[in-house]
Design a protein around this ligand. Structure first.
Ligand code: G3P
Length: 260
């Protein structure tokens, strides 16, 4: 099955940043914990200074690593990911910050390893590309990520999304067979349908505050898939699926969020 076929199924649940309620987000442990509890996994990616694609949500390292405890990195505040070489990023612990993993060291997860894992376990993954426009040219970011997806041979298992819509146009050029989604929060773009068509995306990913029944219906009838983040309440998930939302992003994966 291809990702686009998966998206046509009803009541899909994505593991937001891996199973982030039970393991440190965006780590291999989080991906492992997601198995059997979701329909696909969502991760965030960005580039190190020397352009290795790593899995990490925040643009800085403080929240989800132990960097603040390492004296030799003190002069690198505010610890922007793109100011660190891959070798330096590998020196950090990505697990102990998480309350359930206090004494558990967790290595850095690269996109390459995440894609191997997806392939080994026949899973599906949504790769959210973080906005790195302060550090790299758009084309460099997308070419680097596209190359890794091609090398892993997982084009059919991937959905790409981003809040930086300039990236999505280059994604469609570089990976024409990989579905893509425009991520939005706060406010819909003007002339929404025309806008999404101009980006050549397959889906629209919105925060729950932006959900509107008429809009979801219009998007679905026009052929766009709709995903909503972040939904941890089964009743809310049920209501979203009833109005036609295709999938939700959820942290709440102690057991799969059963809603339909
Ligand atoms: O991709 C859906 C959701 O993850 C977007 O929000 O802040 O987790 O990147 P955020």
């Amino acid at each position: 099955m291809k990702f686009l076929e998966l998206m046509k199924k009803k009541g899909l649940v994505a593991a937001h940043r891996g199973a982030r309620s039970i393991a440190p987000e965006n780590t291999l442990s989080a991906l492992k914990k997601s198995i059997g509890k979701c329909d696909f996994i969502e991760i965030d990616v960005q580039l190190s200074k020397d352009r290795t694609v790593i899995v990490m949500h925040d643009n800085t390292l403080q929240r989800t690593t132990n960097i603040a405890e390492i004296d030799s990195f003190r002069d690198k505040k505010p610890y922007r990911v793109c100011d660190f070489m891959f070798e330096e990023l590998c020196m950090l612990d990505y697990g102990s910050w998480f309350y359930k993993y206090k004494n558990h060291k967790e290595p850095l997860l690269t996109l390459k390893r995440a894609l191997e894992f997806i392939k080994e376990n026949s899973l599906f993954i949504n790769i959210e590309i973080k906005d790195m426009s302060n550090c790299f040219e758009d084309r460099i970011v997308i070419e680097t990520i596209a190359k890794e997806i091609e090398e892993a041979g997982v084009q059919e298992r991937v959905l790409i999304s981003s809040f930086r819509h300039e990236y999505l146009i280059i994604v469609k050029e570089k990976l024409p067979n990989v579905p893509s989604a425009a991520l939005v929060e706060g406010r819909d773009p003007d002339n929404l349908l025309e806008y999404l068509k101009s980006l050549k995306v397959d889906a629209y990913h919105i925060d729950n505050a932006l959900v509107d029944k008429t809009k979801v219906k219009m998007l679905r009838e026009t052929g766009f898939f709709v995903g909503v983040y972040t939904v941890n309440n089964p009743q809310l998930a049920k209501e979203l699926f009833e109005i036609g939302v295709n999938y939700i992003f959820s942290d709440c994966l102690n057991k799969k969020l059963k809603v339909i």
